[in-house]
Every structure is written in structure tokens, then in C-alpha cells.
Write a protein that binds this ligand. Structure first.
Ligand code: 4AD
Ligand code: MG
Length: 467
């Protein structure tokens, strides 16, 4: 049996074909729009109702599943090039028209989130998820084309890679206070917040590796850009410094975006129209000056800006974001972390391009980042994107044993737990660097959606783990 995507290429013109799918609409007892998820388009099936039993026709409504056999013809109607003249219909699964929630009308994204098991049958969600799938493929394609090896980092771990403490505990103990020695692993464990530290061990043997897996953060941020469970892409490369790392990140992001422009035209075009409509409903100062596809092309065709934290801070201090309204978080002290309003100002108002901010103050960044000669900043880099803000966080790693131990002591990181991480610095240490790109933030940007909950099948957020 062929997918509708294949049939709509028209290769089987005037031949008998069989398709299966779900009914999107059934009009005038004659026109069935069938979709099987293989592409955005429906196939229009034209019923000659004299040949098809009334009993079957009366059971057909939005949401039911059908098998249809018919002849592929060039379409008489507008809006599609092929249609199926129906010979036979087999009703596979009925759908109660009263209670089926996905009616052929516009539903709000909030409503659809409550029906996440059925929302994949809508145009918007199916386009997003096909693009998500293509993006995932493009990620693997990029790394394999460029000589990287995929490394599966563990999901259950005893370490807090970011030293931030926002972790989900993994335990089989029933009571808080039970002896940890009786726990499954005989020690405290958690769901990983990042595969980086393990990826580093592999980079120090395979040179170029990447991990791409689920990561978990128990931070209580109920925002449109945070999930408790998200997927992270983490390349790690031995002998690369921070500037090689920036080159890699920029080249990688441009490759995957270009892949989507070249391979997902139909879905992207649909989302582009949706995006442009949505812009019109926003106040003019919040509107994107570019359409979705234009914006993606702009990213590919322009260099990312590179500025140090200190330079970025000066820009923010000198800026008058809006004469009446200043930033909510005033930024004046060197050493303060950038808030998302500052990041967005740099990207959307000042540079109007993706921005790589690097050399952050040591005290706001993780223990493993390489200390600069000024002893105040570390070789960290964040990539900031329009509308999504931080899309990448990475760094050159501290490869000097003594300096790493010093930083760990200062930040009270347990050295006994990380003995193996320190070992890397004893046996053939080398400059190395890597980054983490939040996959959902990438999907968010590429699809032009505004809430991260709409670009992952089953979002996990504070107080919500349905399905
Ligand atoms: O900046 P982060 O915390 O960096 C790391 O975890 C490093 N260990 C990565 C590395 O160097 N290998 O996270 C990396 C990226 C962020 O830039 C953001 O895109 C995404 O992960 N991210 C989230 N995405 C969705 N929901 C959350 N709660 C996220 N937290 C981080
Ligand atoms: Mg970060």
C-alpha cells in the first residue's frame, strides 16, 4: 500500500491504488478528504454515491479511519492536482462525531495540549512533528558527515553536571530517611541534567563525539521555553578551543536549518503562513519583521555576531531600550547574569542577528569551564537567538588538573564523586570543548511556534505529566 505522499506525486495516474487514512472532512456525501500523516496534504476522494452503500456513507465522519480503493485521476477541482475516484470503501474504525474533539475548525493550542494524544491529527501539530523528525535526522546527518561518533550518555547518573542542583532523584526507597546503602544503586542517583561529562571522556579517546538524548531539569520555571524533560544535542571535541567550538556550533545550526528549508517545503510553507497571520495579531513592536522562511534564510546567510560578556554588558548599560520603560532587571554591575530581556535586546534590537556571547564571569558559570588568564572570566559561550533566547550553552573545558581542583574546591563540588573526570586531566589531558543545544528550542525556532509545549509530543512541566 502506498502513502498519500507517494500517491500525490502522481506516478500512478489512471491506475488503481489503495490508501488508508483518517477522514479530515466529508462534504456533500461525496468528497472525502483523507490524510494518513505521510504529508501535509490530504487526498481528495470522490465518491459516486450510487455505487457505495448508504450504510457506509452514513458512518463516515471526521476522525474515522478508512481504506479506500480507487483510480487516481487529475483533479477537476481547484486546490489539488490529483484525486481518487472511489471504487470501494472499507470502514476500518468508526469515530463518534459528537465526542471526537478534533473538529474541522480552528482549535486553540491550549485546548489541543489537553488532547495531546489526538492533536497529532491536526495540520499544525503534524507539520511540526514531521519537521521535528527531519531535524533529528539532520542532526545525525551533520555529525556523521563530519566524522563524529554518536555516544550514548547514561540517563541515570550520580552526578550533577551543571552543579545547579535542579535534579530529579532516582530511588527505589519508600521513605525519605531510609539508609541510602539499601537503595537500588547503593548511592544517591538522579536523572541526568546533561551528558557532557561522560561525553568528555569519550572525546578524550574518539576525538569527535556527540550525544543526543533526553535530559531532565527540576527547575520550577513555568515559561514558554522550559521543559522538565527535553532533548539535548551535545558535541564534544578534543583539541578544539572555544573559537573552534563557535565555528562548529554556527556551521551545525546553519546546516540543520538549511536541511529543513530544502527538504520540508510543504510543512514549512504551511507554518510560514500560520506564523505570518499570528504576527498580525501582535502589537506592532512585538512583530517579527521577517516571515518564518525569510527568517530561517537570514540565519543561514549571515554570520553570527561574537561579543564578550563585558562588551555585551557595556552595550546594555549604554542602551536605552525604551525611553519610558527600562529593563525590569537593571544591569549595571559587572558579574551579574544576563536575564532573558537583556539577551533579547542584544539579538532583536541591537544586533538583529544571532549573537554568541563568550568569556562570562566565572562566578555565574559551571565548575568545568576553563579559567581565563584574567582569573575573572571563563571560556563559556552562549548562543542567543531571536524569540527563543539562549539556544546553545557551551564552553572550552578546564583541562589543567590543578586549576580544575581549585575551581571544584571553590564551588564545593565533590571531588570523590568525580574522580574519573579528574583522571582525564592526569592521563594525556588536552584542550577540548563542546556545547549543548536544546533540541526543542531549535524546533521552536524553526517552526515559528511560541510555546515549547507545542513542539514536543508529551511536554513535562511543573504540575503536568499527563499521558
Ligand atoms: O546551558 P545548558 O545548561 O548547558 C549544559 O547543560 C552544558 N552541559 C552543555 C554542554 O556544554 N555540553 O543547557 C544547554 C541548552 C540550553 O542552551 C538550552 O537550549 C537547553 O539546553 N535547555 C533547555 N531546554 C528546554 N528546557 C529547559 N529547561 C532547558 N534547560 C536548558
Ligand atoms: Mg545555559
Amino acid at each position: 500500500m502506498m502513502d498519500i505522499a507517494e500517491i500525490l506525486k502522481g506516478k500512478k495516474l489512471n491506475e488503481k491504488v489503495t490508501v488508508c487514512g483518517w477522514v479530515r472532512t466529508f462534504r456533500a456525501n461525496r468528497f472525502i478528504s483523507l490524510n494518513d500523516g505521510s504529508c501535509h496534504s490530504n487526498i481528495q476522494c470522490v465518491v459516486d454515491y450510487e455505487n457505495i452503500s448508504k450504510d457506509i456513507l452514513s458512518e463516515i465522519n471526521t476522525g474515522c479511519s478508512l481504506k479506500i480503493i480507487g483510480i487516481l485521476k487529475e483533479s477537476q477541482g481547484k486546490g489539488q492536482s490529483f484525486e481518487l475516484l472511489v471504487d470501494k470503501i472499507i470502514l476500518l474504525g468508526k469515530s463518534d462525531s459528537e465526542s471526537f474533539p478534533i473538529q474541522p475548525k480552528k482549535h486553540s493550542l491550549e485546548f489541543l495540549r489537553e488532547k495531546s494524544h489526538l492533536r497529532i491529527r491536526t495540520n499544525t501539530l503534524s507539520s511540526i512533528m514531521r519537521i521535528r523528525s527531519a531535524l533529528s535526522y539532520a542532526v545525525h546527518l551533520y555529525f556523521h558527515k563530519n566524522g563524529f561518533f554518536q555516544m550514548h550518555a547514561p540517563i541515570i547518573t550520580g552526578i550533577d553536571a551543571e552543579g545547579a542542583g535542579d535534579m530529579f532523584k532516582v530511588t527505589t526507597l519508600n521513605n525519605i530517611g531510609d539508609d541510602i546503602k539499601n537503595d537500588f544503586f547503593g548511592k544517591e542517583t538522579n536523572l541526568t541534567v546533561s551528558g557532557q561529562l561522560e561525553a568528555e571522556t569519550y572525546a578524550m579517546g574518539l576525538k569527535k563525539v556527540y550525544s543526543f538524548g533526553p535530559t531532565f531539569r527540576a527547575e520550577n520555571s513555568n515559561t514558554s521555553r522550559h521543559l522538565a524533560e527535553f532533548w539535548m544535542i551535545e558535541p564534544e571535541v578534543a583539541f578544539n578551543d572555544i573559537f573552534d567550538n563557535m565555528d562548529l556550533a554556527e556551521d551545525f545550526i546553519k546546516f540543520v536549518i538549511n536541511y529543513i528549508i530544502s527538504n520540508c517545503y510543504e510543512d514549512l510553507n504551511f507554518l510560514d503562513i500560520r506564523f505570518n497571520k499570528e504576527q498580525l495579531s501582535k502589537p506592532s513592536e512585538q512583530r517579527s519583521s521577517l516571515g518564518l522562511i525569510e527568517r530561517l534564510k537570514f540565519i543561514i546567510n549571515n554570520d553570527f555576531v561574537r561579543v564578550t560578556y563585558t562588551e555585551a554588558l557595556q552595550i546594555l548599560i549604554d542602551s536605552k531600550p525604551n525611553k519610558k520603560k527600562k529593563f525590569k532587571f537593571l544591569i549595571e554591575n559587572w558579574g551579574a547574569d544576563l536575564q532573558s530581556e537583556h539577551e533579547r535586546y542584544l539579538v532583536e534590537k541591537h544586533f538583529k542577528k544571532p549573537v554568541i556571547v563568550y568569556d562570562y564571569p566565572a562566578k555565574i558559570k559551571a565548575f568545568y569551564m576553563r579559567l581565563n588568564d584574567d582569573h575573572k572570566t571563563v571560556r563559556a559561550m552562549d548562543i542567543l537567538f531571536p524569540s527563543v533566547g539562549e539556544i546553545v550553552g557551551g564552553s572550552q573545558r578546564e583541562e589543567r588538573f590543578d586549576k580544575l581542583v581549585e575551581r571544584m574546591k571553590k564551588l564545593k563540588i565533590n571531588q570523590d564523586e568525580l574522580w574519573w573526570y579528574l583522571d582525564l586531566r592526569k592521563f594525556g589531558t588536552a584542550v577540548h570543548s563542546g556545547f549543548g543545544l536544546g533540541f526543542e528550542r531549535l524546533v521552536l525556532f524553526v517552526t515559528g511556534m511560541s510555546n515549547i509545549r507545542d513542539v514536543i509530543p508529551y511536554p513535562r512541566t511543573p504540575q503536568s505529566a499527563e499521558f
